[in-house]
Design a protein around this ligand. Structure first.
Ligand SMILES: Nc1ncnc2c1ncn2[C@@H]1O[C@H](COP(=O)(O)OP(=O)(O)OP(=O)(O)O)[C@@H](O)[C@H]1O
Ligand SMILES: [Mg+2]
Length: 56
């Protein structure tokens, strides 16, 4: 199945604080994709970066 959204090597964070290091994810067109991880692991930061949040 094809991907509806794909990222390659995202590096992101807040100012000088880097949170995401080379994050590559692929969301398939089919089904539901969940982002799972402990508190503070960067789930929201990943989505904010994909959405173009002006936080950098
Ligand atoms: N506005 C901000 N400025 C500086 N650091 C931030 C900011 N927002 C989040 N962080 C830090 O970035 C890291 C990742 O946070 P993030 O909110 O992306 O995690 P999360 O996986 O969504 O956590 P949770 O499960 O609690 O929602 C944490 O160390 C957090 O303290
Ligand atoms: Mg969060």
């Amino acid at each position: 199945m094809g991907a509806i959204l794909k990222t390659e090597n995202i590096n992101s964070g807040y100012g000088k604080l880097q949170i995401l290091f080379d994050v590559s994810v692929e969301f398939d067109k089919e089904g539901i994709t969940a982002i799972v991880g402990p508190n503070g692991s960067g789930k929201s930061t990943l989505l904010k970066t994909i959405m173009g949040y002006p936080h950098l």
